[in-house]
Design a protein around this ligand. Structure first.
Ligand code: 13P
Length: 254
């Protein structure tokens, strides 16, 4: 299976800057080993779609409303995202859990609305530093997976990708070690097995995210059972993202 690389721009780069970025990246990307998706800010998704037409690069949104439509100033619906050609959406990112107080219940609603609108989901889960230091990582990850996927049918998991993103590794320069990533993936798969089945646990795609750089990508991509990466800060430089993709391609050959 191809490795998935999702580049999460977060709230960085204006539409003009993204235009330049995409024009530099798109002609250089063609791969039968890696799927690439750009998680652009909302305001750049539609122009991004236009600029990416004819390329193999897909688009991911960084958020979705938990409601279908209506008087919800500032929100963006699943139907709106689907309509402009977005393929998937990130849900449950730790920045949204902590800064915007998103709860497990809201994340669950967002996932259901995304699936209803035929959008794939990149569900982010991961322990905080406090969880880690108090040996509660496993409980924290398991609870996040359980809450997020409550009420879903097993066949819907084919449209769910889980990103293991330890909160202490996001934007800190502290990448998790190979052992820690392996352990995190194992906990995610165990939670899926308990909630669904062994088959679902084996088949669900799991990514890692947290301070991935050109320096550490070769170590990360070698982690057993890893289906791809979610890259934050390092994706903002086109050359770095291209390098990260090339290492993932080499890793996918194994
Ligand atoms: P950084 O790569 O900047 O640590 O961000 C990771 C992340 O949050 C991706 O969603």
């Amino acid at each position: 299976m191809k490795k998935l690389v999702v580049a999460n721009f977060k709230m960085n780069l204006t539409s003009s800057e993204i235009k330049k970025y995409v024009m530099a990246l798109a002609p250089k990307f063609k791969s039968d080993k890696v799927d690439l998706s750009l998680a652009l800010p909302f305001v750049s998704l539609e122009s991004g779609k236009f600029l990416l037409s004819g390329s193999d690069i897909s688009l991911t949104a960084q958020n979705i409303s938990e409601e279908e439509c209506g008087s919800l100033t500032g929100e963006v619906s699943g139907a709106m995202l689907k309509d402009i050609g977005v393929q998937r959406v990130i849900v449950g990112h730790s920045e949204r859990r902590t800064r915007f107080k998103e709860t497990g219940k809201s994340i669950n609603k967002k996932i259901k609305i995304a699936l209803k609108n035929r959008l794939q989901v990149v569900l982010c889960v991961g322990e905080s530093l406090i969880d880690k230091n108090s040996m509660k990582s496993q409980a924290a990850i398991t609870a996040q997976v359980d809450e997020a996927l409550k009420g879903l049918y097993e066949n819907e998991l084919e449209n769910i990708i889980i990103a293991y993103e330890p909160v202490w590794a996001i934007g800190t320069g502290k990448t998790a070690s190979v052992k820690e990533i392996e352990e995190g993936i194992k906990v995610v798969r165990k939670a899926i097995e308990t909630a669904f089945s062994k088959k679902a646990a084996t088949e669900v795609r799991v990514l890692y995210g947290g301070s991935i750089t050109a320096k550490n990508i070769s170590q990360v991509v070698g982690v057993a059972g890893l289906d791809g990466v979610l890259v934050g800060g390092s994706c903002l430089d086109v050359a770095t993202l291209i390098y990260i993709i090339s290492v993932c391609e080499a890793g996918a050959k194994k």
